[in-house]
Design a protein around this ligand. Structure first.
Ligand code: ADP
Length: 418
């Protein structure tokens, strides 16, 4: 082997080592900026070129962008990423994308598709260019370029071979970073909406209470004092105001349970006592509308660890729903079933039922199966989320089953046995 061959081998080894090194670095981060910078630097180094650059294809708009770093200082960290559009139909990079193949040009001045404007804006003079498609499977996501082969040389097969390896690794790292960015953005949007919702609940429940108290006071006074029709009108106002108070109570309860997260006040209690109390709470509504409430307690002294008031509230919410979503005089059953280490409290109705795909959503805050505009039943979509928050605090589970619309629904609360 002569000296030239030995030097050639050494150089090749150095480039391969650099390739491995850059692959490790770009796969160890999920941030786009450092990934792009590493790839551009490595492309220039490996292909012995003046610079490396990257163009990314926007999958939605199919626009191609040159990713440039704008920096006020030479410090890499203070640089920010800028997207400069590159015409897909009138540039060498565009040709690489459209034809999904590597293009090596040793003299761009001769090439009809060279995008001269890019040089004009960047002040960089392109002489020669090697463009490699970056692919995820067969889909092109961008172009990796090496620009200006040093010492006026021509691109070699080895340049193409090594940059194609780099481009395939770059594609995976860029795609991963993009996915993570999208996920983070979606998550931040959701948390923002959640915060707005919580703030809204806090403000609404607080600000509505005082005026509502006044309305309730005057309406009940008028109802008693006024005669005939006026008294009926006052009764209507009173009923609406009471419904509104229930909504505010729900919102306040939910906020209290979820945001302030007060620890439950646990006691060991017979489940029958809690079920009975919940039943008493809904008795007046049930009597008024003729619901047939059936209460079956197999063994009255089974005990659970529970926060009395909260668990009764969860059960009351289920019973109220069973009535709300059943025809008047509908049949409703409240019972429990013993499992090896837990107890399932069951509220079963023969009402409007719930479609399978809605079952998992009904415990979300403000979720209602019926559309707001066509809704026939009152409520805010909070009753079940309150019940769920309470059951969660008891380390239990809550779920619903229904054979389908019009076929009734069964709600379960599972609690650990003591
Ligand atoms: P609300 O009843 O105030 O709308 P909930 O959180 O209590 O809110 O319930 C959420 C949704 O779940 C209701 O809007 C209703 O569509 C559905 N749902 C709850 N309980 C029943 C039930 N027993 N039968 C049929 N649908 C129900």
């Amino acid at each position: 082997m002569n000296v030239d061959e030995t030097l050639g081998l050494e150089l090749r080894l150095k480039k391969l080592t650099r390739l491995v090194e850059v692959s490790l670095i770009i796969n160890s981060t999920l941030q786009l900026e450092p990934i792009l910078r590493q790839i551009m630097d490595a492309a220039a180094e490996i292909a012995e070129a003046e610079a490396g650059s990257i163009m990314l294809l926007d999958p939605k708009t199919r626009e191609l962008y040159f990713m440039a770093f704008t920096s006020t200082s030479s410090e890499h960290h203070s640089a920010t990423l800028k997207r400069i559009p590159v015409p897909l139909n009138n540039s060498l990079a565009g040709e690489v994308v459209l034809e999904n193949r590597t293009i090596a040009v040793n003299d761009v001045s001769e090439h009809p598709r060279h995008f001269r404007k890019a040089d004009a804006t960047s002040g960089f003079q392109t002489h020669s260019l090697l463009g490699i498609p970056m692919r995820i499977r067969d889909r092109v996501i961008g172009v990796l370029e090496a620009v200006n082969k040093l010492n006026g040389k021509q691109w070699t097969d080895q340049d193409v071979y090594l940059l194609e390896i780099l481009a395939s690794q770059a594609a995976v790292a860029i795609e991963n970073a993009n996915l993570v960015t999208k996920l983070t953005e979606a998550y931040q949007e959701l948390s923002q909406v959640d915060k707005l919702k919580n703030d809204f609940i806090a403000i609404a429940s607080h600000e509505l209470r005082t005026p509502l108290g006044v309305i309730l006071g005057y309406a009940s006074f008028l109802k008693e004092e006024a005669q005939g029709e006026a008294s009926e009108h006052a009764a209507a106002v009173l009923n609406s105001a009471l419904r509104m108070r229930q909504i505010i109570e729900d919102m306040t309860n939910l906020r209290f349970l979820k945001v302030e997260g007060a620890e439950p006040d646990f006691e060991v209690l017979p489940i029958a006592e809690l079920m009975m109390s919940a039943l008493n709470d809904v008795q007046s509504m049930s009597n008024a509308s003729g619901y047939r409430l059936h209460y079956i307690v197999p063994t009255p002294d089974v005990k659970v660890r529970a926060d009395r008031l909260k668990l009764i509230m969860a059960l009351t919410n289920l019973l109220n729903n069973a009535m709300k979503y059943s025809p008047k005089n509908g049949f409703i059953e409240l019972t429990y079933r013993l499992q090896p280490s837990e107890i399932w409290v069951i509220v079963k109705d023969q009402g409007i039922g719930i479609e399978k795909e809605k079952l998992e959503h009904i415990f979300e805050e403000f979720y209602q199966v019926e559309d707001h505009m066509t809704r026939r039943h009152g409520g805010m979509g909070l009753g079940l989320s309150i019940a769920k928050a309470i059951v969660d605090a008891h380390h239990g589970r809550i779920w619903a089953e229904s054979p389908g619309l019009g076929q009734g629904a069964t709600f379960y609360i599972s609690l650990p046995l003591v």
